[in-house]
Design a protein around this ligand. Structure first.
Ligand code: HEM
Length: 471
């Protein structure tokens, strides 16, 4: 049967470069892909250099690829950039689905669970006075909230992974942020060598920037691991992610020979993944959330009222989440509206398979156009509008597991940090709205919740706000 069906059709590729040229420009690739569905349907093929890629643009086919056939599509494509960043796939996000990857994923999950269910509250409380100082410095004058939100999120992930935080002006922290932005920027744009393997031997400014940033970033993480190796005794309880990984490494050594599944290099790469995957995504989500509050002041006031009615003036806690349905609906709508990882992470067919009525041969790259899912008018009424109520039922209860809503993807490769990200965004966002009223900077007209330059992460266009203290 497989031999009687075709690969999905799509635009004709040029020799050597494939369809890469049609994706260059100001129009984001997720938009271009969605436009292609009008001609080719919800699934089509494009060629990136020498690699065939199938792009999925609807809920039904996404479910088939990620849930029904998770075994067939849980690979990651080969990429020169990924290979460099991951020391040949020794991390979680870009590794192939081997038993070692499964073990690392499970470890990261259990490390993160500890924070997502409790310890995170303490970390957020520790960072809040620093955020408050920044807002006090601004004293009601216009500013771009990106810097302070970025510093807060990085500090929280640093405390979680390294067991210590930073002063907001610490050059080390500022360097971390700069390097991580450079790395994320390169992942998003890809390089010629990602699509045409022979191009890795050509000189390239972009590749140099990426490789230098990666080297320095990984060296900084390794310094933290080495510091822990000097000071942490694995007989003591683990208080941060590196300690937890070192403790597991020792237990593994004592119980069986599989210790090579968790070398110091693996530890460095796992921690790097948590930083790269967990910081800019959460920062971007919070920036979208604040921007939407500026554009929709009535929504902002409804949240403030719900917070006042339910928790009063005390700081929000994770246990409050189920009691604040409107606030939760706003956070979910922000994740749909902003869709911070619009093309998810690329998957790869690890065996010959099918999606819909089409064949998808082994090694085909598979892109999920999450942005198209989040804007599909079959599931979302006026998807271009910001409407938190769409996530509430007639009894004002939050609708769970809505179809065509996958900000964290799903299935075997779904986001490891989903619980942590949701908890962190909830705690920071509710604290911000409880304490400040965000308004447009004087003279600004039109919406501020607008996407910026397209990258792997859908960062919002820079905007200014005035934050008035509510107390
Ligand atoms: C709003 C915040 C976040 C969003 C929207 C998000 C979204 C995603 C998406 C779409 C994927 C790709 C899943 C796939 O390939 O099917 C992913 C993977 C991943 N995320 Fe997140 N993420 C967020 C925060 C975090 C955080 C806080 C962490 C950890 C600290 C994290 C760790 C990871 C890891 C390790 C993977 C790779 C999983 C694998 O390949 O097996 N993410 N995330």
């Amino acid at each position: 049967m497989y031999f009687n069906i075709r690969r999905p059709s799509g635009p004709t590729p040029y020799p050597v470069i494939g369809n890469v040229l049609s994706l260059i420009g100001e129009n984001p690739p997720w938009n271009i892909f969605r436009d292609m569905t009008f001609k080719y349907g919800p699934i089509f093929s494009v060629k990136f250099g020498s690699f065939w890629t199938v792009v999925i643009n609807n809920h039904e086919l996404t479910q088939e690829a990620l849930l029904t056939k998770f075994n067939d599509f849980s690979g990651r494509p080969y990429s020169y950039n990924f290979e460099w960043f991951t020391d040949n796939g020794k991390d979680i996000a870009f590794a192939q689905p081997t038993p070692t990857w499964k073990f690392h994923r499970k470890l990261a999950h259990s490390a993160i669970r500890k924070y997502a269910t409790g310890d995170l509250e303490t970390l957020v409380q520790e960072v809040i006075p620093k955020v408050r100082d920044v807002f006090a410095d601004k004293a009601g004058t216009p500013f771009d909230p990106k810097e302070v939100i970025t510093l807060a999120v990085y500090n929280i992930i640093a405390s979680m992974c390294f067991g210590h935080d930073y002063n907001f002006k610490d050059p080390h922290l500022l360097r971390f942020i700069k390097l991580s932005e450079e790395i994320n920027g390169s992942f998003g744009n890809g390089t010629l060598a990602d699509f045409i393997p022979a191009a890795r031997f050509l000189p390239s400014k972009q590749v140099n920037i990426f490789q230098n940033a990666t080297k320095e970033f990984l060296a900084m993480i390794l310094t933290e691991v080495n510091q822990h190796l000097k000071t942490y005794s694995t007989d003591e309880p683990a208080n941060d992610v590196i300690e937890l990984l070192l403790k597991t490494q020792k237990d593994e050594l004592e119980t069986d020979s599989s210790a090579s599944k968790l070398t110091d290099v693996h530890i460095k790469q796992i921690v790097s993944d948590l930083f790269i995957a967990g910081t800019d995504t959460s920062t971007s989500s919070l920036l979208w959330a604040v921007a939407c509050m500026i554009d929709y002041p009535d929504v902002q006031e409804k949240i403030k009222k719900e917070l006042g009615d339910v928790i009063g003036e005390r700081p929000p806690q994770l246990g409050d989440r189920g009691k604040l349905p409107y606030t939760e609906a706003v956070i979910m709508e922000t994740m749909r509206f902003g869709t911070v990882v619009p093309l998810s992470l690329p998957h790869c067919a690890i065996k010959d398979s099918t999606i819909g009525n089409y064949k998808v041969p082994e090694n085909t790259w598979v892109f999920i156009n999450t942005w198209a899912l989040h804007n599909d008018s079959k599931y979302w009424d006026s998807p271009e509008k910001f409407k938190p109520e769409r996530f509430l039922d007639s009894t004002c209860t939050v609708k769970q597991r809505l179809p065509s809503f996958l900000p964290f993807s799903t299935g075997r490769r779904g986001c490891v940090g989903e619980a942590l990200a949701k908890a962190q965004i909830f705690l920071i966002f509710t604290w911000l709205i409880q304490n400040y009223k965000f308004e447009k900077a004087p003279g600004v007209t039109g919406d501020v919740a607008i996407a910026g330059r397209p990258q792997q992460i859908n960062f919002i266009k820079s905007y200014q706000t005035v934050a008035h203290s509510r107390y």
